[in-house]
Design a protein around this ligand. Sequence first.
Ligand SMILES: CC(=O)SCCNC(=O)CCNC(=O)[C@H](O)C(C)(C)COP(=O)(O)OP(=O)(O)OC[C@H]1O[C@@H](n2cnc3c(N)ncnc32)[C@H](O)[C@@H]1OP(=O)(O)O
Ligand SMILES: CC(C)C(=O)C(=O)O
Length: 568
Amino acid sequence: MLSKTRWEGNFNMKNYSKYQKGYFMPPKVDMSWAQKEYVEKAPIWCSVDLRDGNQALIIPMSLDEKVEFFKMLVKIGFKEIEVGFPAASETEYDFLRKLVEEDLIPEDVTIQVLTQAREHIINKTFEALAGVKKAIVHVYNSTSVAQREQVFKKSKTEIKQIAVEGAKLLKTLTEKAGADYQFEYSPESFTGTEIEFALEVCNAVIDVWQPTPDKKVIMNLPVTVAMSMPHVYAAQIAYMSQNMKCRDSVVISLHPHNDRGCGVADSEMGLLAGADRIEGTLFGNGERTGNADIITIAMNMFALGVDPKLDFSNMPELIELYERVTRMQVYARQPYSGELVFAAFSGSHQDAIAKGMNWRKTEDSKHWTVPYLLIDPNDVGREYDGDVIRINSQSGKGGVGYLMEQKYGLDMPKKMRENFSYRVKSVSDHKHQELLPDDLYSIFRDEYVNVETKIKLIDFILKKEPDGSRKGAVHLEVDRKEVVCEAVGNGRLDAVSNAVQGYLGIQYSHLTYSEHALEIGSTSRAMAYISITGDDGKVIWGAGMDTDIITASVKALFSAINRMIAVK
Ligand SMILES: CC(=O)SCCNC(=O)CCNC(=O)[C@H](O)C(C)(C)COP(=O)(O)OP(=O)(O)OC[C@H]1O[C@@H](n2cnc3c(N)ncnc32)[C@H](O)[C@@H]1OP(=O)(O)O
Ligand SMILES: CC(C)C(=O)C(=O)O
């Protein structure tokens, strides 16, 4: 958390005229891509976690941490991985060497390295690549108005020359190494560059590299800093895609940062507008507000029925590793991965989810349509019990009942669920905290099951009369004194009920009753639920648990009676 003193100063939100549009619309704007509804096929994914993500960390990853992260990226299914900026530091350099020397790069994975378009940095990068036969060498220089004026203090021609010289050096050194490297160029700060100039620089680099459809180059058009709404970026991508030289020999790649919170939207719209490849990171880690979150882009495809060709089925494992090695945190509401993204605390959501889940069981529906859940949490390794229905004072009977049924096999009557859920809400409200399933079970057990505060069942013997009624005796303990009462009734429960009402001088009506087995087998127990209505009209619920079903029902009755007496 930022310390309070950091916030002292003169802030002026009225000063918005200080800001102006820093992006450039293409000379011809084509928005036909906006007719497409969704991204129909997985792009080429390139993880830049180990470079862009890593360079933004307070403490960059150690060598071992980078190796662990790399293995996870491979497991997820990335085929292109930017492993670092080998000229940046010893760790970056050594990491690349370790991958090579310990043969950690699978056959079907291509590593990528980043270099500035500066001779000594490129030389150092190639030194680090010694012995690597297949790689993507990615060179960049800034082309934006601001960088030209303020940082490089160079003309457009000079800036283009930096790119061209860098491109030439990559070609020369690759030929010298006899390697099969693919080339990538980024007009860094593309979003602040006049679009025609960006195109001119890219085309000049293409002229140097002379790609063919069999040997494509990658032109990466980064949102180094997000400056516009996503449709503007997409219009820029459409223009670049339509006007770039040798388009069939060029892979158009996107690398959106998230300054405006639109990294994912920029990526998706850019793909619709003609891009082929996405550079991004897991959970959107990266400079400032981060890079585009590849998990979200991929899972958005998945949620529309498209195979994203990346596997996020074990999100909890991924989060554990990511948080440990980056020392960052996955935000609780991060799409698809945050702790709370499948959680429903509010009653009406829980009720709809519980009904939706039950509907799926009976309807055998092919497509996932459960309300409030975009995807099935199970698909990304999340549990319905602990992750979806979560209980606090906003919860309702639907969710509470669903949890009690799923977790403990307790199928309470609907009205009892309601009664219990109000009890649960009250506990949560007063404690001001979330309640876990075990807390719910404790409340249920303490409040409703085998309650013996005033009267306790010791035994009962009832015989069936020729007319079908029951007659006999009930052995009770009342206020710790043993008593035996005569019992007569239509059935066993009715007989016991009549005996107790007579002995205690109380009255109630409208007895409702239901029961079910708790476990299957010889040692199985039964659970019975009973409600009684007092002469004040109040409905009181009780539950009884026993190995014998009749005893369970009598205990449920006694629970209800004891609870009724307690509130009087
Ligand atoms: C948007 C992005 O994320 S791009 C990637 C950024 N990532 C990083 O910078 C992390 C790794 N970088 C580093 O470790 C260091 O910057 C190094 C080792 C690469 C270079 O270090 P240094 O040369 O000491 O410093 P620095 O990067 O500040 O160099 C600045 C000089 O390079 C020039 N420069 C910067 N980027 C480029 C580029 N892409 N191409 C050509 N020249 C460049 C600047 O104009 C400046 O020139 P000047 O010395 O004439 O003023
Ligand atoms: C090097 C480039 C692609 C970059 O990281 C950026 O522009 O954000």
